[in-house]
Ligand binder design. Structure first.
Ligand code: DGL
Length: 301
């Protein structure tokens, strides 16, 4: 924890509880979701599919993307700032829709914002991979930060001790996905370069886990590179399924039968967020709907 964070720990839990409405109305609050950019919209899409009556506030820290090449200390600081903003908006649940942030910031976020429930995407992703693999040989691709932190390796080992996990950092995939380049020669060659050696190193791999929320938009290209014998899984659907069970268990499920709303926040370029975000969310996002916010100069709540 940085000195910046510990300074603000104080009576945080009391402050949060005072700010939140009573438990009777808390279930009507939106769910806060954040990522370093638009990648987390692949998780939001799954959340919307499984929880259509819930409302969401999505925050993409586009000004500071990528998180995947930054130090753990910076990622924790950025994550606390993003989460503080969402908490100040009033949310009932926090989804860390970024593997890099989930791998290093989950514990500090849970501690800081308790009793607010906080879920990351690493545990659901590891579960999805273990559920999929028959051979017990799994390849995980993610950002440099996620791979370095070893969170997937630990989570998979804790579920299936004898599983063999091969990991590969694929930092360029983030830039390609943010550029909207999901198919074609360049993506194909990049995928071949990253995955060729990994797959050749273990012929028994039957599952490829996309350990970065930016990667699902590259799925078609990845499928063509790995071939039909390897199943590709990601954490979006399992994270949504986890919330679908956990919200009612905590008496936090939205009541009512109408469609929930989405509020979108970004820290840089509403136009770019909308353009690329449409691809990740699989529905049009209009730049007018994207609110620009500044996290870097905002005091922590
Ligand atoms: N979407 C982030 C993740 O899931 C990575 C992108 C980045 O490097 O910021 O890890």
């Amino acid at each position: 924890m940085t000195s910046d964070e510990s300074e603000h720990r104080g009576n945080r839990n009391d402050t949060l509880l005072a700010r939140h409405p009573s438990p009777i109305t808390r279930h009507q609050l939106p769910i806060g979701v954040f990522d370093s950019g638009v990648g987390g919209l692949t998780v939001l899409r799954a959340l919307r599919q499984q929880l259509p009556h819930e409302s969401f506030i999505y925050l993409g820290d586009t000004a500071r993307l990528p998180y995947g090449t930054k130090s753990a200390e910076s990622v924790v600081r950025y994550s606390v700032q993003a989460a503080s903003y969402l908490v100040a908006c009033g949310v009932k649940y926090l989804v860390v829709a970024c593997n890099t942030a989930s791998s290093v910031a989950l514990a500090p976020l849970r501690e800081r914002f308790a009793p607010l429930p906080v879920v990351g995407v690493i545990e659901p992703g590891a579960q999805a991979a273990c559920d999929s693999s028959r051979s017990g040989h799994i390849a995980v691709i993610a950002t440099e930060g996620t791979i370095r932190g070893g969170a997937y390796q630990r989570e998979i080992a804790s579920r299936a001790a004898h599983t063999k996990v091969v990991v590969q950092a694929c930092s360029l995939f983030v830039a390609l996905a943010e550029e909207g380049w999901t198919e074609g020669e360049i993506v194909q060659a990049t995928a071949q370069r990253y995955l060729g050696e990994v797959l050749a190193s273990d012929r028994e791999i039957d599952t490829l886990l996309l350990g970065c929320t930016h990667f699902p938009v590259l799925r078609r290209t990845l499928e063509s590179v790995v071939g039909p014998k390897i199943k590709i899984v990601d954490s979006a659907a399992t994270t949504a399924a986890f919330l679908a069970a956990d919200l009612p268990a905590r008496a936090l499920a939205a009541s009512g039968s109408g469609l929930g709303s989405i509020r979108m926040l970004a820290t840089d370029s509403a136009e770019r967020f909308a353009r690329v975000g449409s691809l990740f969310l699989s529905e049009p996002v209009s730049a007018d709907r994207v609110e620009l916010i500044d996290l870097a100069t905002r005091p922590l709540s």
